[in-house]
Ligand binder design. Structure first.
Ligand code: MN3
Length: 200
């Protein structure tokens, strides 16, 4: 069974004006689809064919001969996860257990915003900003290109794509404005809470 491009969890125009249908048409319809197609080509006829995506990512991480499989596989995983990290009418401060863990780790929601924004905006070149669970506590990290916290014993809870293709059509070079809009209007905290529950 080859991997398939998963459908978006909402209509392509559902996050407007913060993320446009045009961005989704390229980002989901072209970029994400290309990662899926490339991964299928690279694993066809190998011992990785028919393996779960997480296993492919873990087995090819830090393997120089498998860098193409890792990059495409991790990008398939990252994008599928990223779409679920957003929802129409999302963003703002989380409630419940997440709120307490954010207070513990960052001294409050504003502290979280500063770290998440600083780390994501500060990622040089292409990559991802993440909120992860590590040793029972929350942590903000960023990864380069396709890299992903699954290979670092961290549980991914939330991510923002800071490759230029993620925001250039809507925000041009203004990555800080994009990350701020992501936090204020797009984050799906229900999905983050579910990742926290499953990651424990
Ligand atoms: Mn992307």
């Amino acid at each position: 069974m080859a991997f398939e491009l998963p459908p978006l969890p909402y209509p392509a125009d559902a996050l407007e004006p913060h993320m446009s249908a045009q961005t989704f048409s390229f980002h989901h319809g072209k970029h994400h689809k290309a990662y899926v197609d490339n991964l299928n080509k690279l694993i066809a006829g190998t011992d990785l064919e028919n393996k779960p995506l997480e296993e492919i990512i873990r087995r090819t991480a830090n393997e120089p001969a498998k860098v193409g499989v890792f990059n495409n596989g991790a990008q398939v995983w990252n994008h599928t996860f990223y779409w679920q990290c957003m929802k129409p009418g999302g963003g703002g401060q989380p409630t419940g257990e997440l709120s307490g863990l954010i207070d513990q780790a960052f001294g409050g929601y504003q502290g979280f915003v500063e770290q998440f924004k600083g780390t994501s905006v500060g990622r040089f070149g292409s990559g991802w900003g993440w909120l992860v669970l590590e040793n029972g506590g929350l942590k903000v990290v960023s990864t380069q290109n396709a890299d992903n916290p699954l290979t670092r014993n961290q549980v991914p809870l939330l991510t923002v794509d800071v490759w230029e293709h993620a925001y250039y059509l809507d925000y041009q070079n203004r990555r800080p404005d994009f990350v701020q809009a992501f936090l204020d209007h797009m984050v799906n905290w229900d999905f983050v809470a579910e990742n926290l529950r499953q990651g424990r």
